[in-house]
Design a protein around this ligand. Structure first.
Ligand SMILES: NC(=O)c1ccc[n+]([C@@H]2O[C@H](COP(=O)([O-])OP(=O)(O)OC[C@H]3O[C@@H](n4cnc5c(N)ncnc54)[C@H](OP(=O)(O)O)[C@@H]3O)[C@@H](O)[C@H]2O)c1
Length: 305
């Protein structure tokens, strides 16, 4: 009887040890991750979540406001200060303007250096600018062009620079932050919607090219967030002269969690809200006069009266 109990005890301890090891193994920990637009909002929160949930071994964060990036790096280092050295995230800060092709080249070159020439697991193309104006009332197309420079050309310049490295290592995953405005045109958002639709067209076609060339481990996930609390809305409020209805907005942490999950599941298109999912899946089944009214009132409800 004693022997039997001993065997059960040894078995239980072995199973416990195995489970404990599995839980602590965190297979994703070795990931090399780049986040553009990490100085505020969704990108900042996503970068911090990758670090604090032990998903990123090496993290490159970039944007134009380098002081904000250094604050984020310090916050991550402070929070991880008591962690074992091997579990800490190495954070690299780069000052990059994604609308400048040379900067995107530097971003890719410096990131590869930071990863010791290793694979890039996630390249989060998040940096973006919003725009709100009625097309027929715009004095010129300057804002339209600026939005395309950042939201469309930034990711395209970056993809052009990084693809040879992804092909060499055979691994890569673009996580592209679009918007619900990239699923259906949004009222007073001609430039913004156009930039996000262009992203979808570009990356969907590129994905097919990669599949056709046999690169099955270079993936793409397009994320379509609904409204998320971030500084982007300060610009909108200034421009429109009305307060945003932030009560209905998602937090950056919830949005970051959606992004991480969608990428782990290798989803191709991922709306983070039910409204986004409806735009994505149900748009073709609702009569257009009803659907248009829903979209116009949806866009207006984002502002306080
Ligand atoms: N918040 C929402 O409701 C919402 C909804 C759907 C989609 N999105 C998308 O989510 C992404 C992040 O937006 P957010 O809401 O987090 O806004 P945010 O707080 O204003 O963040 C935008 C980020 O992009 C960076 N950025 C802007 N222009 C850049 C440039 N030329 N070069 C490099 N970085 C640049 C900004 O950094 P610097 O200014 O320091 O350069 C900042 O880090 C954007 O693509 C946006 O379109 C947001």
């Amino acid at each position: 009887m004693l022997y039997f109990l001993l065997i059960i005890l040894v078995l239980l301890v072995s199973i416990g040890y195995f489970v404990y090891n599995k839980l602590n193994q965190i297979p994703q920990f070795s990931k090399n991750i780049i986040v553009t637009g990490a100085s505020s909002g969704i990108g900042e929160c996503l970068a911090e979540t990758y670090a604090m949930e032990r998903l990123a071994k090496n993290l490159v964060i970039c944007a134009r406001r380098v002081d904000r990036l250094h604050q984020l790096k310090k916050r991550i280092e402070d929070k991880q200060s008591k962690w074992e050295q091997s579990k800490k995230t190495k954070v690299t800060v780069l000052q990059i303007d994604v609308s400048i092709e040379e900067d995107c080249k530097r971003l890719v070159d410096e990131s590869i250096k930071a990863f010791d020439g290793g694979k890039i697991d996630y390249f989060v193309l998040n940096a973006g600018r919003t725009s709100i104006e009625r097309f027929s009332e715009a004095e010129n197309l300057d804002d339209h062009k600026r939005v395309m420079d950042i939201n469309y050309w930034g990711p395209v310049y970056t993809a052009k620079q990084v693809l040879p490295h992804m092909k060499k290592t055979g691994v890569g995953h673009f996580i592209v932050i679009s918007s619900v405005a990239g699923l259906a045109g949004m009222l007073n958002r001609t430039a913004y919607s156009a930039s996000k639709f262009a992203l979808k067209g570009f990356f969907d076609a590129l994905r097919l090219e990669l599949v056709d060339d046999g690169y099955r481990n270079i993936n793409l996930t397009m994320i379509y967030p609904g409204a998320v609390v971030s500084e982007v809305h300060d610009q909108v409020e200034k421009r429109v002269g009305k307060k945003r209805n932030m009560k209905v907005f998602m937090s950056t942490k919830d949005c970051a969690d959606h992004i991480i999950r969608a990428a782990e599941l290798k989803r191709i298109d991922y709306p983070t809200t039910n409204a986004g999912a409806m735009l994505h899946y149900a748009g073709n089944f609702i009569p257009s006069n009803i659907f248009d009214k829903m979209r116009i009132s949806g866009a207006k409800s984002m502002f306080q009266e």
